[in-house]
Design a protein around this ligand. Structure first.
Ligand code: HGY
Ligand code: MN
Ligand code: MN
Length: 418
């Protein structure tokens, strides 16, 4: 039986949370605004050091595992598996101050609020930040949390070579975050993550909180196209084997395919490079990435199949060679119904409007979902934009989300042991 909630009126300190968000955002700050803090970069190291410093200031026991995930643990009356929250502090190269960072810092704000109120919970609480959630420098994304929860293999991930040629293992050593803690053995009693929505839904519907029902499936593939470079002026069109032209065809087809399929199918070509990339040379090679996503696994597989067929056809027509490499492949994830209800009812109790909704973006929470009751709390993104230096969520919206996080974590951490 859930005892009365003596802490029902407890609230976070919004100003303190915002100060931390802006202090952390100064690490990797870009000239015109926004943040560039690629995983395992020097900026990531500085941010890691600062968050570890805050964790220690709050009396948390800090541990670092073998892929650099960092966990701050707050003791409870029992030493049962902790109720956990967290997210990531690495960003894409043109990121904002809230993606990932909000979830980690709101977790610390919850801890500080509980410390100030002198509240001891039955179950321990943990706040974590996970290595390389973005996957922008080293694919796949959700790498650290995937290893943490046993979904990805440690040695394989340490060997991953990034877009600049360095491996994850080398960079972890270089920045001093190759920890001792084993991976794949940390089980949380519950996992709840606060994150910006990064899409337009909450703002368009004027809703304050999202109770996240799951995460769509993700398929990242890199295509390497090999044609024949030749003179731009002397080579008749019918004699060309133009890798650049084939790459462009794939870009157009990815968009066309997604629009044709509808039902939530999305497709993105975010990276294209041509070699030798010169104005008067027919491209000998081209390399591009395709990101396909869908909440339905069957439809995601259909999109992969249709794109694959198209690519085979144009390779034959242009007489080029195309090889491919999977960079990430995660199935859609459904969160725990009771945890979704808890987020929804907590928002209602705080007088906040709430919408149950899936996540278009990948998150560390999806790696916990197979192992423990998990859900997420969304707050609106202004203009629905993210992975963009103009990413913005207002202070009052952040406070609303952090208070829902506070109350859901307290609910879970003060439940009588099963
Ligand atoms: O790609 C994603 O969905 C996340 O930002 N890593
Ligand atoms: Mn994120
Ligand atoms: Mn992101």
């Amino acid at each position: 039986m859930q005892a009365e909630r003596p802490w029902a009126d407890l609230r976070i300190n919004s100003e303190r949370l915002n100060n931390r968000i802006h202090q952390l955002a100064r690490i990797g700050a870009l000239e015109g605004g926004g943040v560039c803090r690629l995983a395992l970069s020097d900026e990531d190291r500085k941010a890691r050091d600062l968050v570890c410093h805050w964790m220690k200031q709050l009396g948390l026991t800090v541990s670092i595992d073998r892929i650099g995930n960092v966990t701050g643990l707050r003791k409870g009356k029992t030493d049962s598996p902790p109720v956990m929250t967290g997210s990531h502090i690495d960003t894409v190269a043109t990121g904002g101050p809230y993606d990932g960072n909000l979830g980690v810092l709101a977790g610390l704000e919850v801890i500080e609020t509980l410390n100030e109120a002198g509240i001891e919970t039955i179950h321990p609480l943990a706040v974590g930040y996970f290595t390389n959630e973005e996957g922008a420098r080293f694919a796949p994304d959700m790498m650290g949390s995937g290893v943490h929860q046993g979904a990805l293999d440690l040695d394989q991930m340490l060997a991953v070579r990034g877009i600049d040629g360095k491996t994850v293992g080398q960079e972890l050593e270089r920045i001093g975050y190759a920890g001792e803690q084993p991976v794949g053995q940390f089980y949380a009693r519950r996992y709840i993550e606060l994150h910006i929505e990064q899409g337009p839904v909450l703002e368009q519907r004027d809703i304050q909180i999202g109770a996240v029902t799951g995460v769509q499936g993700i398929s990242w593939t890199e295509y390497s196209i090999r044609g024949i470079s030749n003179h731009a002026g002397t080579t008749p069109m019918e004699l060309r084997h133009d890798a650049g032209y084939v790459a462009a065809q794939i870009v157009v087809e990815a968009r066309r395919l997604a629009r044709d399929m509808g039902q939530g199918q999305v497709a993105t070509v975010g990276q294209v490079e041509m070699i030798p990339n010169l104005v008067n040379v027919i491209a000998r090679e081209a390399r591009l990435t395709v990101d396909l996503r869908n909440m339905d696994e069957q439809r995601l597989q259909l999109a992969e199949k249709r794109l694959g067929r198209f690519i085979d056809e144009i390779a034959t027509a242009e007489q080029v060679e195309i090889s491919q490499r999977s960079l990430a492949r995660f199935q859609p994830v459904h969160f725990d119904p009771a945890m979704i209800e808890l987020v929804d009812s907590t928002a209602a109790r705080l007088g906040l409007s709430c919408l149950k909704m899936p996540s278009g973006a990948g998150h560390d929470a999806q790696m916990f979902a197979p192992n423990c009751p998990t859900s997420m709390i969304f707050v609106p993104s202004q203009g629905g934009i993210s992975h963009n230096i103009h990413e913005f969520t207002a202070t009052h919206q952040i406070a609303a989300g952090a208070n829902v996080l506070l109350q859901t974590l307290l609910h879970c951490a003060t439940q009588e042991p099963d």
